[in-house]
Design a protein around this ligand. Structure first.
Ligand code: ATR
Length: 280
């Protein structure tokens, strides 16, 4: 199915999504138009309605609209319900169907592209905003041993923990407790600290060379956390570029019914990664 698609967010000017979806479309022989809609929160619902009226068939949703997108959906996938956030909208006869491909994208990147086994890992999730909500259910489904959610504002960590409903494996701790939590097998940075001027101070007791360090951002936004991880001798440090490509592939599959090969566009973007601007 061809048609009109777009990414809606703010800001979106530096997004790689149009390039990624154009590459998938060319590869699969699907003619599609993929645009960018830059809109502030107060204009989100009207922008989505106008897009649907003009024949829009699907939307990717990024900051700061993932929770608003969930609210306007007629139906939700099970994983979108568990995340409490929507990053992919699919137009149906009864309105929008919402899904969330972020978590599947992250796990696919880690387990398929990088051949990492996530099972039985003690995982620290830094942050409890939209990005953390998007990936937490998929990490649990991937068989991690435990998920420790630590957020600067503790109420958001508690809200995410409550939503996940897995008290045997999900724990929350205060930011000030970080030095007392021991070593983790995996640390996921889901904060937006790298996109802001406010630095994030982490204790060295959290990581050893065996700790897998993952930043959900890419480009400049991932530099600070991944530099910290390398300074702790972490042997595997990954940014969110692979996740970005994989979540796009999953959205493409939902819209068009075909699963594209992600390797060509991932390699192309990785080759130019130093020039990448920010996360979306
Ligand atoms: P996103 O969709 O990228 O997750 P968000 O929902 O605004 O964006 O969430 C940003 C996350 O980064 C939050 O968990 C935020 O912590 P608070 O909930 O306490 O605001 C976290 N964050 C941002 N800057 C941070 C910093 N300098 N140190 C620690 N956490 C930070």
């Amino acid at each position: 199915m061809s048609g009109r698609y777009a990414l809606v967010g703010q800001p979106v000017a530096h997004s790689l999504s149009p390039r990624i979806h154009a590459a998938f479309g060319a590869q699969c022989g699907i003619a599609l138009e993929y645009g960018l809609i830059d809109v502030a929160p107060e204009g989100f619902d009207a922008a989505v309605t106008a897009f649907a009226r003009s024949g829009g068939a699907g939307l990717n949703v990024t900051l700061p609209h993932k929770e608003a997108a969930r609210a306007l959906c007629a139906t939700l996938s099970e994983r979108a319900r568990r995340c409490g956030a929507v990053n992919t909208l699919i137009r149906g006869s009864n309105g929008w169907h919402g899904d969330n491909t972020d978590g599947a994208g992250l796990v696919h990147d880690l387990t398929e592209r990088h051949r990492l086994d996530l099972r039985a890992r003690k995982v620290l999730l830094l942050g409890a905003g939209g990005a953390a909500h998007g990936v937490a259910p998929a990490l649990l489904d991937a068989g991690i041993e435990s998920l420790w959610i630590v957020n600067r504002s503790p109420d958001r960590a508690d809200a995410l923990s409550d939503r996940l409903g897995d008290p045997g494996r999900v724990h929350t701790r205060y930011w000030d407790d970080l030095p007392n939590l021991g070593v983790f097998d995996m640390i996921v940075n889901a904060t937006s600290a790298g996109r802001s001027a406010s630095a994030m101070a982490l204790p060295s007791s959290l990581a050893t060379e065996r700790t897998l360090a993952v930043d959900l951002s890419y480009g400049e936004a991932a530099i600070a956390f991944l530099s910290w991880a390398r300074s702790q001798d972490c042997e595997i440090t990954l940014d969110g570029l692979g996740m970005l490509v994989e979540q796009a592939a999953e959205a493409f599959r939902l819209w068009h019914g075909q699963a594209p090969d992600t390797d060509p566009i991932y390699s192309e973007l990785r080759a130019g990664a130093v020039a990448l601007h920010t996360a979306e």
